[in-house]
Design a protein around this ligand. Structure first.
Ligand code: X8Z
Ligand code: ZN
Length: 627
C-alpha cells in the first residue's frame, strides 16, 4: 500500500496531472448527468446501466484525484524516508492511509463499469485501478489506518535496525561491509545472526499485515494479496506463476553449475567443518547478507592461473570518485544515448549519502515526486563497484519515469514492474565493460579476451547467483498470503524454500522466534520481488537486442551501447509507452520479441557455463532440493 502504482520504496510515487484539473464535484457525481426521464421509473426497476461516457468521466476524475493525493503522499514519504522520527512516521501513516482508502473506494466503484462496453483505453485504466495498491486496505473504518501503521512500523524497524558484536554497534551498512570483506566464519556468522535478530520482532506484525491486506484484496475480488500481485502481468495470475517456473527451469542448470563450483572453492578454503563438500552452502559465507549477490567473494572463487588485471572497487577509489561523481557518470551514460540531462532539482533534492545525524531508509530508491520532473534518488552511496552499478540501476527508474511523463496518470508506470527494474540494469551491463571503463578514463588498458572468464565469473556471481533469490521471496509470500503457512511455520518454510531454490542453509539452528524473511528490505517494506527475477531475464534480452541494433558482432558480454543514439531512440520508444499497452507490445517495440525469454542471459554467459561444466567434471553437484 505504501505507494500507488509503482509500488514503494524502489520507485516512488507518481502523481501528475496538474492539481488545477481536479474536479470540484465528488467523484461519483463527476459524470455527465443523463437527461432526466420524463416520468419517474417504477420503484422496482433496476438502476440504469452506466454509459461508456460515464465510465470515461469516472476514470478521468479518479486519475485527477489520485494524482493529487499521490503527490501529497510522495512528499510525506520522502520526508519520512530521509528523516525517521515519531512524527514523520505519524505523518506517513496518515498520508498512506488516506491514499489507500481513496484508491480502494475508487477501485470498488470501478466495478460498476464491468459490463459497460467502454473503449480499450478506459478498460485498461479501470483494470489498473484495481491493481494499483500493493497492500489494499479493507473498505471499513480504521482498516487503512491500522494497515498503514503496521507497514510504517515494519519499515522503520528495518531501517533503524542495529546489533552489538564484540563491543561495537553495527547497522546494516556496517554489517554488510564486514560480511563482504571478512573471511572468518565466526565473524560472518555473527554479522548474519546479529542482523537476522533485528527482524524477529516483526513476525506477529507481519502476520497481521498479511491478514489485513488479504481482507482488502478480497474486497477487490482477488483470492488473496498474492493473487493481486500476480495479476499485474496482462495474463491470468496462475499462468504468470507458471511463466516464472518456465523461466527458472531454463536457467536452473546454470545456477546449479555455479553453485557446485562455488561450494567446492568454499570447501577448499574453509574445510569440511565449515563448508561440507556436499549439500547446501552455508549462507553467511557468500559475502552478502542475503547471499543474493556473491561478487564480494570473487577472491575465494577466482580461477587458478587466469588473472583478472583490475578491480572496479579499487579503480573508483584510485581515481578519487565520490558519490556525486558516480551519479554524474551514470547520468552521462543516459545522455550519451540521447536522453535529456536530469533537472537541476535532482541534484538539489536527492539524498546521495547517509546523513550523519539522523535515521533514514538507506535502501536505494528512485522517486518521481510530481510525475513530471521532480525526480530524485535516495541512496547511501559508497564508493565501490556494487554502488556504481546501483547508481545506473536507480537512474534507469528516473529516466523511465521521465520518458512516460506525458502518459495519463494510470499509465505512468513500467510496462510491468520487471521492466522498471530492468532498464537501469541493462545500462549497467554496458557501464561495467572494460571498453566503457577505458573510454571514461577509469581503466587504462582494455584487457585481452584471456580475461573473459574472470569477467564473466564476476558477472555471474551477481546475475546468476541472484536468480533463485529473485524467485523465492515471493514464493514464500504467496504461501503466506494464500494461507498455506501459518505464523508458526513462517521461518521453517522460509528455509525450506531457500534450500530448494538457492541451495543454502543457515549457519546454525534458528531460534523459534526467528523471522528471517523480515531481514530483507522488500519483506519488511512489502515491495513485491518477482520483478527482480523478471528483470534479471529481461535485461539480457534488452542487451542482446540493443547490441544487434548497434551492429555489434562480438560476444554479448563485451558489448557496450555507450553513445549509441539509435539504441537510445528505440529504447525511448518503449519507455515512453509507460503502461499504456500490454507489456508484450512494449517488449516488441524495443526488441522485436513478444515473450520473456531466458535464452539471452544464457547466450551472454555461454562461455562461462561451458567453463564451469569443465571445472565441475567428476564432482558430485547439487543438493537435496525436494520439499
Ligand atoms: O532493491 C533493489 C534496488 C532498488 S529497486 C536497489 N534491488 C534489489 C535488492 O536490492 O534486493 C536491485 C537488485 C535487487
Ligand atoms: Zn529498482
Amino acid at each position: 500500500m505504501k505507494h500507488l502504482l509503482v509500488s514503494t520504496a524502489c520507485i516512488a510515487l507518481l502523481t501528475g496531472c496538474a492539481t488545477t484539473s481536479v474536479p470540484k464535484a465528488p467523484l461519483a457525481e463527476a459524470t455527465p448527468v443523463p437527461a432526466a426521464p420524463a416520468a419517474p421509473p417504477p420503484a422496482d426497476a433496476a438502476p440504469a446501466k452506466p454509459t461508456p461516457a460515464e465510465a470515461k468521466a469516472f476514470v478521468d476524475a479518479a486519475e485527477a484525484k489520485l494524482a493529487e493525493l499521490g503527490e501529497y503522499d510522495a512528499h510525506v514519504q520522502w520526508v519520512g524516508a530521509t528523516y525517521i522520527t515519531y512524527d514523520t512516521e505519524w505523518l506517513q501513516t496518515r498520508a498512506d492511509a488516506a491514499l489507500n482508502e481513496e484508491t480502494v473506494k475508487l477501485a470498488m466503484a470501478a466495478a460498476k463499469y464491468n459490463d459497460v462496453d467502454v473503449d480499450p483505453v478506459t478498460r485498461r485504466k479501470l483494470n489498473l485501478l484495481r491493481l494499483s495498491q500493493t497492500l489494499p486496505a479493507a473498505d471499513r473504518p480504521g482498516a487503512a489506518n491500522e494497515l498503514a501503521a503496521i507497514s510504517t512500523k515494519l519499515n522503520s524497524i528495518y531501517s533503524t535496525g542495529k546489533f552489538n558484536y564484540a563491543g561495537k554497534t553495527y547497522n546494516l551498512d556496517d554489517a554488510s561491509r564486514t560480511m563482504a570483506s571478512s573471511r572468518d566464519p565466526k565473524v560472518t556468522r555473527a554479522m548474519w545472526e546479529g542482523w537476522m535478530a533485528v527482524a524477529a520482532p516483526m513476525k506477529s506484525d507481519y502476520a497481521k499485515l498479511a491478514q489485513l491486506s488479504n481482507e482488502g484484496s478480497r474486497g477487490l475480488g482477488f483470492k488473496d494479496t498474492g493473487a493481486l500481485w500476480r495479476s499485474g502481468y496482462d495474463m491470468d495470475p496462475e499462468a504468470f506463476a507458471a511463466e516464472t517456473d518456465r523461466l527458472w527451469n531454463q536457467v536452473a542448470p546454470f545456477y546449479k553449475n555455479l553453485h557446485c563450483y562455488t561450494r567446492r572453492k568454499l570447501n577448499e578454503k574453509y574445510g569440511d567443518s565449515v563448508q561440507p563438500k556436499f549439500g547446501p552452502i552455508r549462507a553467511d559465507l557468500l559475502g552478502n547478507m542475503w547471499a543474493q549477490d556473491w561478487t564480494n567473494i570473487y577472491d575465494v572463487v577466482a580461477p587458478k592461473g587466469i588473472k583478472s588485471s583490475y578491480s572496479l572497487d579499487k579503480l573508483l577509489v584510485q581515481k578519487k570518485y565520490d558519490p556525486i561523481r558516480m551519479m554524474k557518470t551514470g547520468e552521462s551514460f543516459y545522455t550519451s544515448l540521447g536522453f535529456e540531462a536530469l533537472p537541476q532539482t535532482f541534484w538539489e533534492r536527492s539524498q546521495f549519502t547517509r546523513p550523519r545525524d539522523r535515521e533514514v531508509v538507506c535502501h536505494a530508491s528512485a522517486w518521481d515526486i510530481d510525475n513530471i520532473s521532480d525526480l530524485r534518488v535516495k541512496m547511501c552511496t559508497e564508493v565501490n563497484g556494487e554502488d556504481f552499478y546501483t547508481v545506473h540501476h536507480e537512474l534507469g527508474h528516473n529516466f523511465y519515469q521521465r520518458a512516460y511523463k506525458d502518459q495519463p496518470f494510470l499509465f505512468k508506470n513500467g510496462a510491468n514492474d520487471g521492466f522498471h527494474e530492468a532498464i537501469g540494469d541493462f545500462i549497467g551491463l554496458s557501464s561495467v565493460t572494460p571498453t566503457y571503463l577505458n573510454q571514461i578514463g577509469l581503466l587504462s588498458t582494455v584487457p585481452s579476451d584471456s580475461e573473459d572468464i574472470p569477467y564473466l565469473l564476476k558477472m555471474a556471481l551477481q546475475k546468476i547467483a541472484f536468480l533463485p533469490f529473485g524467485l523465492e521471496i515471493d514464493r514464500w509470500r504467496w504461501e503466506v498470503f494464500n494461507g498455506h503457512i501459518t505464523e508458526a511455520q513462517y521461518n521453517s518454510r522460509w528455509w525450506e524454500l531457500v534450500k530448494k531454490y538457492q541451495g543454502l542453509e543457515a549457519p546454525g539452528i534458528r531460534p523459534s522466534s526467528a523471522f528471517d524473511p523480515g531481514g530483507k528490505y522488500h519483506v519488511a517494506a512489502s515491495v513485491p520481488y518477482t520483478r527482480y527475477f523478471l528483470a534479471d531475464i529481461l535485461q539480457f534480452q534488452f542487451q542482446r537486442a540493443a547490441c544487434q541494433q548497434a551492429g555489434w558482432t562480438g560476444p554479448l558480454h563485451r558489448c557496450s551501447v555507450y553513445n549509441q543514439k539509435a539504441v537510445g531512440q528505440k529504447l525511448n520508444a518503449m519507455l515512453e509507452m509507460g503502461q499504456s499497452k500490454p507489456w508484450p507490445d512494449a517488449l516488441q517495440a524495443f526488441t522485436g520479441q513478444r515473450d520473456m525469454d531466458a535464452s539471452a542471459i544464457l547466450d551472454y554467459f555461454a562461455p562461462l557455463n561451458a567453463w564451469l561444466e569443465e571445472q565441475n567434471k567428476g564432482q558430485t553437484c547439487g543438493w537435496d532440493d525436494s520439499i
